[in-house]
Design a protein around this ligand. Structure first.
Ligand code: ZN
Length: 259
């Protein structure tokens, strides 16, 4: 089997500082990041990420696309429908990020739910896992997933809920992904989630350029910094980094078997 490196399962390469992208990818390669999942929220971002696959041969760049809950309610019916049909012809390993965000949008919860459900159904039709963004909406998100099973499973990205709730999401087939906040010294809940969730159901990510891990907290995040999250996870699980890398690699393969 090919050597497995760290995997950044969620990053926005299109929002990185583009004149520093060569350096960012070089840093990632230096720190043993071998797979990067580039999340697009629009068709344009997807096209840009796809172009990076040819530009950077030293890492594997995987693409996804989905309508973000904090944006999608602003879209007209026509815009949403044409985006949905664009998704059908994209070369993506997952549909996302999709979900519910009651933090940024306090008014259009019904519309968010409707478009979340529509995208879950599309993912099932396309036989794709889903990547979920859920902020201040865990009860509603869980209910929707219980009523509309994601048949190809998926990831609760940058999971910020409780350990108890994580178990409920796992019961319906969702994996849990942890990001930079895991490395913060005062991050009691993410560290607890990392302890409770079996390594077989975990993933790591940066969500760069947001959520920069320690020791670069406060600066702009980049995909290569996922190694800080992996190192902290290894400490919490009391395991060798190479064993954690291997298991996370198997988790990635299980979920995105098509690739
Ligand atoms: Zn994101």
């Amino acid at each position: 089997m090919a050597k497995i490196g760290w995997i950044d399962t969620h990053t926005h390469l299109a929002y990185h500082e583009l004149d520093k992208l060569d350096d960012n990818i070089a840093y990632a390669v230096e720190h043993d990041i071998q797979d990067i999942v580039a999340i697009a929220l629009t068709k344009e971002e997807y096209v840009f990420h796809t172009s990076l696959k040819d530009r950077y041969k030293s890492v594997r760049i995987h693409t996804t696309c989905g309508a973000h809950p904090a944006e999608v309610y602003k879209w007209s019916e026509d815009k949403f429908n044409s985006f949905m049909s664009d998704l059908e012809s994209m070369d993506i390993i997952a549909l996302g990020e999709i979900g519910l965000d009651y933090y940024w949008d306090k008014e259009h919860h019904d519309l968010q739910k409707e478009r979340f459900i529509a995208q879950i159904k599309l993912a099932n039709k396309l036989k794709l896992p889903i990547l979920i963004h859920c902020r201040d909406a865990f009860e509603d998100c869980l209910k929707i997933l219980q009523d509309h099973t994601p048949e190809y499973h998926g990831i609760m990205h940058c999971y910020s809920g409780s350990a108890e709730m994580a178990i409920e999401f796992m019961k319906i087939g969702m994996d849990i992904s942890l990001a930079g906040p895991l490395t913060f010294t005062n991050a009691r809940v993410p560290k607890e989630v990392a302890k409770v969730v079996p390594l077989e159901r975990l993933h790591i990510e940066t969500d760069a350029p947001y959520l920069t891990p320690h020791p670069f907290r406060g600066k702009k995040n980049q995909t290569g910094y996922v190694h800080f999250v992996g190192e902290e996870l290894s400490r919490i699980k009391n395991m060798h980094e190479s064993d954690v890398k291997n298991q996370l690699g198997l988790n990635f393969k299980r979920l995105f078997a098509k690739n």
